[in-house]
Design a protein around this ligand. Structure first.
Ligand SMILES: *[C@@H]1O[C@H](CO)[C@@H](O)[C@H](O)[C@H]1NC(C)=O
Length: 290
C-alpha cells in the first residue's frame, strides 16, 4: 500500500517535471511573434488558436545552419476547413530559402493534407501533397526537418516523406548559405486551402486550435543574426553530427519507407504536373532516379 502510494507519487512527479520542461523548452527556444494573446500554455502543451480576430504564430529566438528540428503537433480537431497550420524553417530576404510543412484542414471526418515545399533563392513552386496514414488530429505526431550540406529530409514520425538532394554538381543551387529560423503559424486560408478553396472556414466552429509539445532543435546555432564568415565557417566545418557520412543520404530502410509513402500516400507532385510545368523542373529529372 505504502509502496504503491509512493509509486504513484513518483510517477506524478515525473509527469510534472516533463510538463515543466516542455513548456520551459518552448520559452527557451521560441517566442510568439504574432498574437501572443492567442497562446495558452498548460501542462506540457502549448496551444495556439485561430479565431475570427486573428491567427497566431511563433518563431525560434535564434537562427540555425544545419541540424534537425522536431516538433510534436496535434492538428485542429473536428472542422478545420479553410485553416492552414504551418511548420517551417526560413531565412530572410528576397533570395531566401525555406522548407515548409503546411497542414491543410478539412471538414469533419475528411482527411487533412500535408503539403511540403522547398524555396531556394526566393523561388518555391515545388509543392508535394500527401494524405497521412493516420488521423493527425487525434494524437500528437512528430514532424521534423533534417538539414545538412547533402540533403533536406522531411519526416513524419521519423518516416521520410520527402528528400531534397544537393545536386550542385549538376548546376542546381542548394540551400546551404543562409541561416534559418524555425516557425509555426495558424491562419485562415479559405481562398485556397480546402478542396481548392471551395470549402470556406465556418467561424461558428472556431476557435481552431493546434497543439504543440516536444520542442527540439539540435543544430548549429548562429551567434549573430546575420550569417557572417565566422558562422559560415563554424557551421560548415563538417564537424557537426549532421555531417556524419551516414546522414549524407537515406539508408536502405528509409529509402524503402519513402518509396512506400510515395506509392501509397502521395496525391500531388509538382514533378509530374506537366500542365503546370510543360518542361519538367530540372531537379525532378535527377530526383526520379533516387
Ligand atoms: C478534404 O477532403 C476531400 C474529400 O475527401 C479531399 O478530396 C481533399 O483532398 C481533402 N483535403 C483538402 C485539404 O482539401
Amino acid at each position: 500500500m505504502v509502496f504503491s502510494v509512493l509509486f504513484i507519487l513518483i510517477l506524478s512527479l515525473c509527469v510534472l517535471c516533463v510538463s515543466v520542461s516542455s513548456a520551459a523548452r518552448f520559452n527557451e527556444l521560441f517566442h510568439p511573434y504574432w498574437a501572443p494573446d492567442h497562446f495558452t500554455i498548460y501542462g506540457q502543451t502549448v496551444n495556439m488558436k485561430l479565431d475570427k480576430l486573428s491567427g497566431a504564430g511563433f518563431s525560434s529566438k535564434s537562427k540555425y545552419m544545419f541540424g534537425k528540428v522536431n516538433i510534436q503537433i496535434k492538428l485542429v480537431e473536428g472542422d478545420s476547413a479553410g485553416t492552414v497550420t504551418a511548420f517551417y524553417m526560413s531565412s530572410d530576404g528576397p533570395k531566401h530559402h525555406e522548407f515548409d510543412f503546411e497542414f491543410l484542414g478539412n471538414t469533419t471526418g475528411e482527411p487533412y493534407l500535408v503539403q511540403t515545399n522547398v524555396y531556394v533563392n526566393g523561388v518555391g513552386n515545388r509543392e508535394q501533397r500527401l494524405k497521412l496514414w493516420f488521423d493527425p488530429t487525434k494524437d500528437f505526431h512528430s514532424y521534423s526537418i533534417l538539414w545538412n550540406r547533402n540533403q533536406v529530409v522531411f519526416m513524419v514520425d521519423e518516416t521520410p516523406i520527402r528528400v531534397h538532394t544537393n545536386l550542385e554538381h549538376k548546376g542546381i543551387p542548394f540551400p546551404k548559405d543562409q541561416a534559418m529560423a524555425v516557425y509555426s503559424s495558424i491562419w485562415n486560408a479559405d481562398d485556397w486551402a480546402t478542396q481548392g478553396g471551395r470549402v470556406k472556414t465556418d467561424w461558428t466552429h472556431g476557435p481552431f486550435v493546434a497543439s504543440y509539445r516536444g520542442f527540439e532543435i539540435d543544430g548549429c546555432e548562429c551567434q549573430t543574426t546575420t550569417v557572417d564568415s565566422y558562422n559560415m565557417r563554424r557551421c560548415s566545418s563538417g564537424d557537426g553530427w549532421w555531417d556524419r557520412p551516414t546522414l549524407s543520404g537515406l539508408n536502405l530502410h528509409q529509402t524503402h519507407e519513402l518509396m512506400w509513402v510515395r506509392a501509397n500516400h502521395m496525391i500531388y507532385d509538382y514533378c509530374t504536373d506537366t500542365a503546370r510545368f510543360p518542361k519538367v523542373p530540372i531537379e525532378c529529372e535527377h530526383h526520379r532516379h533516387h
